[in-house]
Design a protein around this ligand. Structure first.
Ligand code: PLP
Length: 450
């Protein structure tokens, strides 16, 4: 029963990114079932999951095919590692499959158990690459404020979340950050395309400040997810590419959220037109059903690692886990046979754009924008000037509370409300979702009047 679970949960389970003392008093909502885009709690409430869990349940809940793939593999060969000149069938097959669904420069993959571990792998691989090229002084990796790249020491250091840096003396040395390409916060006085060029210019300024001979790589999410669905102007990424090429630094795309169709292309870098050397993935690779992540390694890096030889002293017990890989193969097959990427590009993405961006007529909404199946809107005090609310009012949290109470999960990042629904969402379900958002915007507006 719900209370019994809440009691043991509160007594023993330290939840991630949670004030556990407060949660212990309140009791966590117990999620028990999922089907399609909906989840149910233990009290029988049906909830539209506007966030696909944590941006991961791309093919939706309740896919028997994925359970079958896991079960079959669990019986046949539940675990074997690839450390000591051994491999397993799903890992090898998935490695090949991933090279088919990624841009042509990617012919190799390194597996991890999560996105954070994938980004740790990036840091170590980038350093190994430059060491092998006898440029060991190239150690600095440039990232962005408000980025999220995971919770391990490297992941949180690459990330630009000040709250995470404050706990644990981060970032680690040789990781530095530039400002994010967020037009609303950093460029409202400019035309968005001109702002995109300006924001990319911050990378060049940082390279010159650090010294180009010391810079190893730049890393970014195509669309910053956890930072609040920050959709860059279309000019941004091509300019970032030009700057990376100019100084010969590696370009890393963290596709943990954007990969596997979320933006209406297989990869965010395809959507924004750039060519990364390394690409981190996780989440959508198994639709979150089992943990798996990794790094796609482009030819530029792979050729050096392979030709110069020697052992890369890095790996995880669960690198290439056969059960996770078997689920990933089936998951990618579902994405392909149900044409989910094309569906987002041609049907549901444009439909969400039309419906979600229409929310901009609401008195509380300053900006409403989408990219494929991610979307964000900014709650503002003044629609004309886009003046923000006093952060102490926590308007975003109020709105999030209404959403949760009315049967939908929508995330609040400050006063930016964001969604990333499963890629299997239909037009009718988009209508339902947008209607719920409007209802809760109204309720939030009423609260503010009081
Ligand atoms: N990179 C990005 C862009 C993410 O959004 C996340 C998680 O949200 C991660 C990395 C970390 O992935 P994980 O939580 O699987 O370690």
């Amino acid at each position: 029963d719900t209370q019994a679970i809440q009691a043991i949960d509160g007594a023993h389970y330290l939840h991630p990114f949670t004030d556990n003392q407060a949660l212990g008093k309140k009791g966590a909502r117990v999620m028990v079932k999922g089907e399609g885009i909906y989840v149910w709690d233990s009290e029988g409430h049906k909830i539209l999951d506007g966030m696909s869990g944590l941006w991961c349940v791309n093919v939706g809940y309740g896919r028997k095919e994925l359970a079958d793939a896991a079960y079959k593999q669990l019986l046949e060969m539940p675990y074997y590692n690839s450390f000591f000149q051994t491999t397993n069938i799903p890992a090898a097959q998935l490695a090949k499959l991933l090279t088919e669904v990624t841009p042509p420069q990617f012919n190799h993959v390194f597996f991890s158990g999560s996105g954070s571990e994938g980004n740790d792998t990036v840091v170590r691989m980038v350093r190994r690459y430059w060491d092998l090229l006898e440029q060991p002084q190239r150690k600095v990796i440039i990232s962005r404020h408000n980025a999220y790249h995971g919770s391990t020491m490297c992941g949180a250091s690459l990330g630009g979340m000040s709250g995470m840096h404050a706990q644990g003396d981060l970032p680690i040395p040789n990781i530095t950050h530039i400002e994010q390409p967020y037009w609303y916060e950093n460029g409202r006085d400019m035309d968005p395309d001109a702002f995109g060029i300006k924001a990319a210019g911050w990378l060049e300024a940082k390279i010159l400040e650090v010294g180009p001979e010391k810079v190893a790589a730049f890393i970014g999410e195509p669309v910053q997810g956890a930072g609040g669905v920050i959709i860059p102007p279309k000019t941004y990424w091509p300019e970032i590419q030009r700057i990376c090429d100019k100084y010969g630094i590696l370009l890393v795309s963290d596709e943990v959220i954007c990969g596997f169709g979320r933006l209406g292309e297989w990869w965010g870098c395809e959507k924004f037109g750039y060519k990364p050397d390394l690409m981190t993935f996780a989440k959508g690779v198994t639709s979150g059903y089992v943990p798996l992540g990794g790094v796609m390694v482009g030819d530029r890096v792979a050729n050096v690692l392979l030709e110069k030889g020697g052992e890369f002293n890095h790996g995880y017990t669960y690198s290439g886990h056969p059960v996770a890989c078997a689920v990933a193969i089936e998951n990618i097959d579902i994405i392909r046979r149900e044409h989910l990427v094309e569906k987002v590009r041609e049907e549901t993405g444009p439909y969400l754009k039309e419906k979600f961006e229409a929310l901009a007529d609401h008195p509380l909404v300053g900006i409403a924008e989408t990219c494929g199946l991610v979307a964000g809107l900014v709650l503002v005090k003044d629609k004309k000037t886009l003046e923000a609310f006093d952060s102490a009012l926590e308007v975003g949290m109020v709105c999030r509370g209404h959403m949760f109470g009315n049967g939908m999960i929508m995330r609040a990042v400050g006063d930016r409300m964001i969604i990333a629904p499963p890629l299997v969402i239909t037009r009718a379900q988009i209508d339902e979702m947008v209607a719920l958002i409007r209802l809760c915007l109204d309720k939030t507006y009423e609260d503010l009047k009081q």
